[in-house]
Design a binder for this molecule. Structure first.
Ligand code: SF4
Ligand code: SF4
Length: 455
């Protein structure tokens, strides 16, 4: 079979059992019962935060809005259990900052907010793309793969652009994670329903579902579920990291390249994760906003599992549900080992983008000291964005943000391939992340000054 793939860089890490997926890939999704309280962060998407709109003492139902977005690039936040709001206060967030959370005492009844409305397919047929898009917005749907970009924004295509391809991300190329894999096996019809709804909004010529060839059962399940749906096609891709990254996925599935600094819509594409598709089906056909998700809890825990978990459940509750820590824990990661974010505390709470909770003990995590750059060029060959990671890292270490920008630091997708292949174990991605943050800060300051000057 001629397998699809992106053309530049990438790594093929962890094909075998070291990929870590064998820990959970055969484990059906189980429900993680919510605890006595859930603490729901008001920041759960890329873009603007939400403002809490509930007060202490207020009773809320499942799916009731508790946080309203403070901008267009944001999505509302909903109660994931029914009960009483007992506090609104700052807590540690998975992004490492202290941010507002709404804390709800769970009454255990899971009373659904009576204002929620499910639609039949007949009712859906009569809805305009705008009305369907509004349901997606109101349901607070964000990219479930981990990127957390608000889905309604992706679906709002500027008038000067034409989208003819909907690309569905079923790659799940991060080692250890199997949440999307189990979703495709167990809820393939929901994913297809979501794709049909998204097609009604975007009217693309085709919907291409990209799945790597290390997931033959998911490929079969999605082919079966998509049979007879006009325009829907499964694209089998070679297992190669970071195949699930937007630009790489578009290239593999359509052969198109997204130009530097541009968006998928500039290549006529919109990319949506399989989990997001299922969330769209939930919102439209069952009236349920994004109040839970599937998360893989894996690595050094006694019983690794795929769990359906309510947003606002703590990492420690999820880890306890999976038998607790095993061995001498060295690292706790939100997400996978390549792109995930290391956590300081397991008291943080699950958000809409928490695709995995990965615990690494001494048996998994290796902490060699970094040594000098050998100028071997391996990081350059591995970079799927065609960058020179060693140079960006070098200028970042020198705090020369201008030079880091000249070396296109902002094009870095933070996939970690460069760090993975580096024989000197240099902390390249950390250096690039820092440079990106500083360049972003400088750009914002410049824009603010220009705005002030224009007054
Ligand atoms: S892979 Fe590591 S040692 Fe080799 S050039 Fe890149 S930063 Fe230097
Ligand atoms: S420079 Fe960025 S995009 Fe390139 S390999 Fe490193 S992390 Fe990935």
């Amino acid at each position: 079979m001629n397998l699809l793939k992106f053309s530049r860089g990438g790594v093929s890490p962890l094909h075998s059992e070291h990929e870590g997926k064998t820990l959970t890939e055969k484990k059906p999704v189980v429900e993680l019962p919510a605890g006595k309280t859930v603490s729901i962060p008001m920041v759960q998407n890329l873009g603007a935060p939400c403002r809490p709109v509930v007060t202490v003492g207020q009773e809320v139902g499942v799916g009731e809005v508790i946080g309203e977005p403070l901008g267009f690039v944001a999505a509302p936040v909903h109660a994931s259990v029914s009960g009483k709001v007992i506090a609104v206060r700052d807590l540690l967030h998975v992004n490492g900052k202290l941010l507002p959370h709404v804390i709800i005492e769970n009454d255990g009844e899971y009373r659904v907010n009576s204002a929620l409305k499910a639609h039949t397919w007949e009712e859906v047929a009569a809805l305009s793309p705008e009305a369907l898009g509004k349901i997606v917005l109101d349901a607070g749907i964000v990219g479930a793969g981990g990127a957390t970009f608000p889905t309604h924004v992706k679906l709002s295509i500027p008038a000067d652009k034409k989208v003819d391809m909907l690309v569905i991300n079923g790659a799940e190329c991060e080692p250890f994670l199997t949440a999307d894999y189990r979703l495709m096996l167990e809820q393939s019809q929901d994913v297809i329903d979501g794709i049909r709804l998204l097609m009604q909004i975007l009217s693309p010529d085709k919907a291409l579902i990209g799945i790597e060839d290390n997931k033959p059962k998911a490929i079969e399940a999605m082919q079966q579920a998509g049979k007879g749906v006009p325009g829907v096609q499964v694209c089998v891709m070679r297992t190669k990291y970071p195949q699930g990254s937007e630009k790489q996925l578009i290239e593999a599935c359509t052969g198109r390249q997204v130009p530097s600094g541009k968006l998928p819509a500039d290549a006529g594409c919109v990319v949506v994760n399989v989990g997001t598709c299922a969330a769209v089906a939930d919102a439209v056909l069952r009236g349920m906003p994004m109040v839970s998700r599937i998360t893989t809890v894996t690595g050094a825990v006694r019983e690794p599992k795929n769990v359906r978990v309510r947003i606002g459940t703590s990492f420690s509750e999820a880890i306890d549900f999976c038998g607790g820590y095993e061995g001498d824990v060295k690292k706790l990661i939100s997400g996978g080992p390549m792109m995930g974010v290391t956590q300081f505390d397991d008291g943080v709470h699950i958000v809409k983008g928490t695709s995995g909770i990965l615990v690494l003990n001494a048996g998994y995590a290796n902490y060699p000291d970094e040594s000098s750059c050998l100028h071997c060029g391996k990081c350059v060959y591995a970079c799927p964005m065609g960058l020179m990671p060693l140079k960006i890292d070098l200028w970042s270490r020198k705090k020369n943000w201008e030079m880091a920008e000249d070396y296109l630091a902002m094009n870095c997708i933070e996939c970690g391939s460069c760090s993975y292949v580096c024989p000197s174990k240099r902390h390249i991605v950390q250096g690039i992340r820092l440079a990106k943050a500083e360049i972003g800060r400088i750009r914002r300051e410049k824009a603010a000054k220009q705005k002030e000057g224009g007054k």
